[in-house]
Structure formats: structure tokens, C-alpha cells
Design a protein around this ligand. Structure first.
Ligand code: BJW
Ligand code: ZN
Length: 255
């Protein structure tokens, strides 16, 4: 962690910390990533289950896919990687540092680990909304009694509140995330950085002179642009966050 300590020393004052996570952070909780060997897209056709067109063609197939994932996720728990980030949020709060966690994950594990300031960029699979009247419903029962589930108000189809390919991200959330990338430190964890617009985020942070730390079990195409730390999120993140927390304490004592 000497490289990290040297890089931290170059920051005049840490005012804001941002985190960007992908499915790799939940891998150690037993949840599949998307593009790794044996990942979700090895077993399902993206066009059929993660596009609006696929949903229109066969809503039951899409709901079966999400219901299976909801059942699996319900049985899992946050891991050390998630907990390291909730500890970092608490330490940031205590030291008057702004902390925001942006996640592409829809599993809700960051909330379950105790993080509060979370932007769910690709939605949340415990939430659904009606394609006709827009009514939002929290769907916590697993497995669902009826597939596909219908709207209690107008009896039209409900869809999972997730972002499929070809769909825009929620504008308010996206604009907020752009602002968050104007930070002093960005920690990028467990994402291949292959999906846009999120793949741009670390580069926005770099343009804002942030220190960008990337944690991944293997290099991504962008790793050479960042301070790359190779390892499992559950094992490496706590070392990184403890090092940053030491700096936050030092900084607070000096002021
Ligand atoms: C570990 C680990 C451990 C493993 N520890 N690390 C050509 C060029 C540019 C863009 C496009 C293009 N063609 C199409 C597009 C746009 C498209 C896109 O980006 N496509 C790319 C594939 C090229 N993007 C979109 O369509 C987006 N919308 C959009 O652009 O809207 C524009 C618009 C404007 C106005 C009107 C209309 C449209 C939407 C993207 C939505 C993505 N949705 C999904 C599904 C969400 C719901 C669900 O979960 O079912 O989001 S796809 C999937 O990919 C999911 C993820 O959030 C996302 C990212 O995946 P992630 O998390 O990075 O997973 P992996 O598997 O890729 O990587 C895992 C990583 O973890 C690996 O690096 C491992 O090494 C690592 N790892 N174990 C640490 N223990
Ligand atoms: Zn409705």
C-alpha cells in the first residue's frame, strides 16, 4: 500500500470520496457477475432478458430470470468488501468528508451493509413499476406467486425497475453521479467498465484531478490509467479503506 500512501500524500485536503461498484463486489457473496466465465451472460441471452424488446416479446421469461436472481440474492449477505465501504462512509461523515457510493448493482447489498448515500445507477430488483400507469411497487416476496406480476391499479404489466440495454439511466441520478465524480478520491471496485455511460465515470473523475483507485481481480482495459490494486474486493478493500481512514483522522487533527 506504499503506492497508495504516496498518492494520498499528494492530496492537499480530502473533501469528498466517491465509490463506483460493479458486480465483482458481490461475487464473494455468491452472486454471479455478468461477463466473467460462467457469468450471467453465459447462461442467458442479453437480448431476451435485458432489453425492453425482449420483455415485450416474453414478459414471463424476463420475470422468471429476475425472480430466480431475487431468490438467490435474498439468501445472500453483504461481504467484507461491502462492510469496508459502509465503515468508510461512517468515517467520512465523522470527519466532514462527503461520501457517495455509486453502484451499477441492483442487488441492494450496499444498503444492507449499512451504506446510506447510495446512487443505484441501474436500478434495484426489489422495485417494480407498471408499464402503463407508472405505479411503483416494492416486491419483496420470493418466489413471486404470479408471473408476470400485474399492477394492482390498472392490471397492466409490471416490470422490474432496472435499466436495460438501450434505455437511458434516470436523469436525476445520472446528473447527481456526474457531480459526484468531481471528487478527491474515487474507488472503482469490481466492474469491467465495459458498459456506458458508467464506463466514462472514472475518466470524469481523472479530469477533475481525482485520485482513482481501481480494485479488481484482473486488469480492465482502463487499469493503466488508474492506481490499480489487484485482488478480491473482500480482501483488498478493507486495507485501502483503513489507509484512507488514517488520512482522514490525521487531516482532522491538523485542523
Ligand atoms: C471482481 C471479483 C472480486 C470478479 N473482486 N473484482 C457502443 C459503444 C458505446 C456504448 C454503446 C455501444 N453500443 C451500445 C451502447 C450503449 C450500452 C452499452 O454500454 N453497451 C456496451 C455493452 C457496449 N449502454 C446502454 O444501453 C445503457 N443505456 C444507454 O446508453 O442509454 C443511452 C440512451 C439515451 C437516451 C435514450 C435511450 C438510450 C444502459 C446500460 C444498462 C446495463 N444494464 C445491465 C443490467 C441491469 C439489470 C440487471 O442486473 O439485470 O447492468 S447489463 C450489466 O452490465 C448490468 C451491470 O450493472 C453492467 C456492468 O457490469 P459489471 O458490473 O461491470 O459486471 P462484469 O461482469 O462486466 O464485470 C465484473 C468485474 O468484476 C470483472 O472486471 C471481474 O474481473 C471483477 N471481479 N470478482 C473484485 N471478487
Ligand atoms: Zn398500472
Amino acid at each position: 500500500m506504499d503506492r497508495l500512501k504516496r498518492a494520498l500524500r499528494r492530496i492537499n485536503r480530502i473533501r469528498s470520496i466517491a465509490v463506483l461498484t460493479g458486480s465483482g463486489i458481490s461475487a464473494e457473496s455468491g452472486i454471479s457477475t455478468f461477463r466473467d466465465k460462467g457469468g450471467t451472460w453465459d447462461n442467458y441471452d442479453v437480448e431476451q432478458v435485458a432489453t425492453y424488446e425482449g420483455f415485450s416479446n416474453n414478459p414471463s421469461l424476463v420475470w422468471e430470470f429476475y425472480d430466480k436472481r431475487r431468490c438467490e440474492i435474498k439468501k445472500t449477505s453483504p461481504n467484507n468488501g461491502h462492510f469496508a465501504l459502509s465503515k468508510l462512509e461512517r468515517a467520512s461523515e465523522q470527519n466532514n468528508v462527503i461520501f457517495t457510493l455509486c453502484t451499477q448493482n441492483v442487488d441492494g447489498l450496499h444498503h444492507r451493509a449499512g451504506n446510506k448515500n447510495v446512487l443505484e445507477l441501474h436500478g434495484n430488483l426489489w422495485d417494480a413499476f407498471c408499464i402503463n400507469c407508472g405505479l411503483h411497487v416494492l416486491l419483496t416476496e420470493t418466489p413471486l406467486k404470479t408471473i408476470p406480476p400485474k399492477c394492482s391499479k390498472c392490471n397492466n404489466l409490471l416490470r422490474p425497475n432496472v435499466v436495460w440495454f438501450g434505455e437511458p439511466l434516470c436523469e436525476t441520478t445520472l446528473n447527481h453521479a456526474f457531480e459526484v465524480m468531481d471528487c478527491d478520491i474515487l474507488i472503482v471496485v469490481g466492474t469491467s467498465l465495459l458498459v456506458y455511460p458508467v464506463a466514462y465515470f472514472p475518466f470524469l473523475a481523472l479530469r477533475n484531478n481525482a485520485l482513482v483507485i481501481e480494485v479488481n481481480i484482473e486488469k480492465t482495459e482502463a487499469s493503466d490509467c488508474f492506481l490499480f490494486v489487484q485482488g478480491k474486493a473482500g480482501e483488498t478493500l478493507s486495507v485501502i479503506t483503513e489507509t484512507i481512514m488514517d488520512y482522514l483522522l490525521d487531516q482532522n487533527e491538523k485542523n
